[in-house]
Design a protein around this ligand. Structure first.
Ligand code: PRP
Length: 213
């Protein structure tokens, strides 16, 4: 094999599920899940390299070509808007990007500017601009559900997976924006320069995902 192919993965469930798929494609890489502080790992053959980064940084590494391939949530892709190929819907890590808040919140009848707490500031901006609705976007980095509870915001825009966090905080989905799941992304140049490795691998991964459906 001429060139190493580098994957950017986010530690946690996305990496675990990604390894499951890659193992089924014949890449011996389970050891990258062993607890370690190492940020760069290899598969057993040494042909594939894995770097571990924050979820929101995965598309950045792939866009810049530092990683050839990445696995990232559609929610992050929408927020980051990076120039990468999104080739496969991997089908795992399913969630919904939603507006949520106290269930009596009436989005349509509001005259005042709506205060929206979120990690997804770009998605939120675009969404409310498209609706022609005034919104103050309040950027947060975690525990978004606190926004409407403590009065920082009227609503939140966030991912809902099981719905447990909303339920336990007496909040409800007010509107669903889009369904999300993990996506395989590829650097645009790598797809050409490393086509001999990446293209057959993409076909294999697609086969594994389809077989699991
Ligand atoms: C995410 C998201 C919600 C929660 C939704 O938070 O921001 O809070 O998961 O999941 P659920 O519908 O299954 O309850 P995360 O766990 O990433 O933590 P954070 O609050 O630090 O962002």
């Amino acid at each position: 094999m001429a060139d190493k192919v580098t994957f950017a993965l986010a530690k946690g469930r996305l990496a675990e599920k990604s390894v499951d798929v890659l193992e089924k494609c014949g890449i011996d890489c389970r050891r990258i899940l062993e607890p370690t502080r190492k940020l760069v790992m290899s598969d057993a053959s040494g042909n594939f390299e894995f770097i571990f980064v924050k979820p929101s940084d995965v598309p950045i590494y792939v866009e810049h070509g530092v990683a050839d391939i990445g696995v990232v949530g559609k929610d992050t892709l929408l927020e980051e808007g990076r120039d990468v190929y999104e080739l496969i819907d991997l089908g795992f890590a399913k969630c919904r990007l939603c507006l949520a808040g106290h269930k009596e919140t009436d989005l349509s009848r509001r005259k005042n500017t709506l205060r929206v707490a979120t990690k997804y500031v770009n998605v939120a901006r675009e969404y409310f601009d498209a609706r022609g609705q005034n919104a103050e976007i309040i950027p947060l980095h975690g525990s978004i559900e606190l926004g409407p509870i403590v009065g920082l915001s009227d609503i939140i825009l966030d991912i809902v997976e099981s719905g447990k966090t909303l339920q336990e905080n007496n909040l409800s989905v007010l509107e669903e924006i889009v369904n999300c799941s993990a996506r395989l992304i590829v650097n645009k140049v790598s797809l050409k320069t490393k086509a001999d490795v990446i293209k057959p691998l993409v076909v294999k991964i697609d086969g594994v995902i389809k077989a699991a459906e």
